[in-house]
Design a binder for this molecule. Structure first.
Ligand SMILES: NC(=O)c1ccc[n+]([C@@H]2O[C@H](COP(=O)([O-])OP(=O)(O)OC[C@H]3O[C@@H](n4cnc5c(N)ncnc54)[C@H](O)[C@@H]3O)[C@@H](O)[C@H]2O)c1
Length: 296
């Protein structure tokens, strides 16, 4: 596999494109918004600078990595000779079904179609294609260039050949792949999201404030980051979408999203990507805590 297409240039798409490009693959990065593509290229450049500062990359390697990435706003212009497409667009079932039907039309017959979805059924996504054996989940973690784990999710019809190729590819990227079956939330989010939701519920119930909850989990459980700040990093809209998929998929009230999370997303407080979530990320505030239970 040489030619990679990454669909979606948001939080995850830019990291996935970065990781493939730094390993030497040619990457076509696609987003419907030109602005997201420009922002992604800036983020990749500054993340490469960070790696240079640590002494792990040269200026030449940075230039080569950036030159491996070409940006597109239309999938049909980007996917004609793809060997692997990794979809990392917004976490929305209807959108993903539409994108996969289009990918199936455009991509070469042997191209593997992977999704970075956090929770949506791989089997369902594969069902809109004529190649369900070549559809697979490739769930990277945020920030992609740093985090080692990739959950490799087998849909009901994913072939062993597809699984083996993606497993090997993940190792070639310097990642540690883990085999997982296709059930809502897979492993990572099935365990993580109830914890994040419970942290939000704890805040909602007035048990403790934002910093207090995060401090308990950091100092008490040795988590590198508190659950509320982690939710801000993931994106509160993404957390809400994942919880809804698990709630619908298992028909179990324990996955019901906390009303405070629903309210915050409705008010466009989505965490880092919108500038405010449980913390305020504006330049002047620099990640100062916000008290979302009280109107400022
Ligand atoms: N944020 C995380 O920590 C995280 C971690 C693992 C997996 N994921 C999953 O990765 C995927 C992307 O999440 P994200 O956090 O990067 O979202 P994001 O909101 O940061 O970015 C999504 C991008 O997709 C683009 N997009 C929307 N429709 C498109 C289309 N038809 N074609 C091309 N681009 C399109 C948007 O313009 C946006 O730039 C989701 O499935 C999410 O569940 C997220």
């Amino acid at each position: 596999m040489k030619n990679i297409v990454v669909i979606g240039a948001g939080t995850m798409g830019n990291g996935i494109a970065h990781t493939f490009a730094q390993t030497g693959f040619k990457v076509n990065l696609v987003d419907v918004q030109e602005e997201s593509l420009q922002k992604a290229m800036k983020t990749i450049a500054s993340n490469l600078d960070r790696i240079i500062a640590k002494g792990n990359l040269t200026e030449e390697q940075k230039a080569e990595t950036l030159s491996n990435i070409t940006t597109f706003t239309r999938l049909e212009d980007a996917a004609g000779n793809a060997d692997l497409i990794v979809e990392a667009a917004t976490e929305n079932l209807d959108l993903k079904l539409k994108i996969f039907a289009q990918m199936d039309e455009i991509a070469p017959e042997n191209c593997i179609l992977a999704t970075n979805t956090s929770s949506i059924s791989i089997t369902k996504i594969a069902s809109v294609t004529k190649r369900p054996d070549k559809v697979i989940g490739m769930h990277f973690m945020n920030p992609v260039p740093v985090m080692k784990l990739v959950e490799i999710i087998k849909g009901y019809s994913t072939s062993k050949e597809t699984f083996d190729r993606i497993y090997k590819m993940s190792e070639n990227l310097g990642k540690v792949p883990v085999e997982v079956n296709d059930y809502p939330g897979f492993v990572a989010n099935r365990i993580l999201m109830p914890m994040i939701n419970e942290a939000i519920e704890t805040l909602y119930n007035g048990v403790a404030g934002v910093e207090e909850i995060d401090t308990v989990m950091k100092l008490g459980m040795a988590h590198p980051m508190g659950p509320l700040q982690l939710a801000d990093f993931i994106g509160l809209d993404v957390c809400l979408a994942i919880l809804n998929v698990m709630y619908d998929g298992f028909k179990n009230p324990k996955y019901a999203p906390c009303p405070l999370l629903v309210n915050m997303v409705t008010a466009n407080k989505k965490g880092i990507k919108s500038g405010e979530g449980f913390y305020d990320y504006s330049e002047s505030k620099k990640a100062e805590k916000v008290s979302p239970m009280f109107v400022k």
